[in-house]
Design a protein. Sequence first.
Length: 144
Amino acid sequence: MGIFSNIKDFLFGKKFITVGKDNGQPAAPQARQNPAQASPAAPVANPASASIVLDPPHEAVDIEAILDREAAESGQQLNWRQSIVDLMKLCGIDSSLQHRKDLARELGYTGDTNDSATMNIWLHKQVMRKLAESGGKVPAELKD
């Protein structure tokens, strides 16, 4: 599993947090069940007429809200909106230069990884783009 997968898994695992609620408890995912399968002992009169339950459209994971909440709860001054290092810290991922170089390689960075400032800017934008492509709701200014 790659570093980006770890970032994504952390953020998408937080998707059930109810942002803006005071209780801070994650909302439980709603269980869906096909009515025809509600009870294994319940006979279905006409299986051919049983309705097919389709997955509802997935809500986009609000990346901004999750990271804002994590930053507020961290007790540190972390600027995840501009810093790949701070974003990685909020996700509980080692933000060392070596890990950032590994992430750059994983995401297809072709620049000089010894120019860490340029690489970090590229990494931040690329991570935001990839999160959006994966179903995350990311502010437009962070993807550009």
